[in-house]
Design a protein around this ligand. Sequence first.
Ligand code: KIV
Length: 272
Amino acid sequence: MAGYLVEDTRKVTTHRLTEMKQQGKKIAMLTAYDYTMAQIVDGAGVDVILIGDSASNVMAGNATTLPITVDQMIYHAKSVVRGVQRALVVCDMPFGSYQVNASEGITNAIRIMKEAHCDALKLEGGEEIIETVRTILAAGIPVCGHLGLTPQSINKFGTYAVRAREEAEAEKLVHDAHLLAEAGCFAIVLEKIPAALTERVCREVEIPIIGIGGGPADGQVLVLHDMLGMNKGFSPKFLRRYADLNTIMTDAIGQYVSDVKSGDFPNEQEKY
Ligand code: KIV
C-alpha cells in the first residue's frame, strides 16, 4: 500500500489515535461510502474513514441525513470495510437508531458491528444520549461523539449556521465534551463551531477532537465528495476543494458521448 505521509503502516486503532494526540500528530479523517472510493482513500493514507450518514445526501440525494436507515448504513459500511486495510473504520448510527432509549441503541449498535465489521460507531449528541453511549461502550464498542452542528437535529436548529456562538450553548458543548470523554469515547467530532471554542475543547479534553468547520483541532474530517469538488453547489467557507472532479468527470463523460455518437469509439484496436 503506497500511502502519502504514512509513517506507520499498521492498522489504525483507537489507542493509536490517543497516542497521536499525545504526540501532537494530526489525524486525517474523510468519509467514504463504497468499496472503490474506500480503497483510494485508505491507500492515500487517511487515518480514519467515516461511513457518514451524509450518504443520505451525497449518495441518495436526500435533503437531510434523517431518511437513511440502519440497513442502508450497513450496506455502505460493508462495502467500505472490504476496501480498507489501514484506516480505522467508523460508521454513523443513523437518526432514529439510538435516540429512543439505551436498549434500542445497543441492539442497533451490536447489529451494525456484527454485520458491517466496522471498528467503531459515531453518535450525535451529549448529555441527552449519555446513557446510550455508556451502554454501547460497556458492550466493548468504541464510540466517537459528535457535537456542535449535529445534522440529525437540523429540524430543531432550522439552519446549518455556525452553532455555539452564544455562551450558554458553548458552555453546554464543553460540558458535553467532558461527559463523552469521561464516559470513554475515543474521539469527538466538533462541527461548525467558533475556532476559539474548538481550541478550548482540544485543550481541556484528553481525547482527540476532530474538526469540521471548527478551525484547527487534533484532526480534521471532510465529506469526500465535497473536498473532491464533485458537488458544485456546496461551497461553505470551511471547505477546501482539492480537486474539481465535477468538471473532470463531466468533460470525460461528454467526450465519451461525442465519441460514441461520431462512431470514433470503438476503433480498430478496441475490438476483438
Ligand atoms: O455524516 C457525516 O459525513 C459526518 C461528518 C460531516 C462528520 O458526520
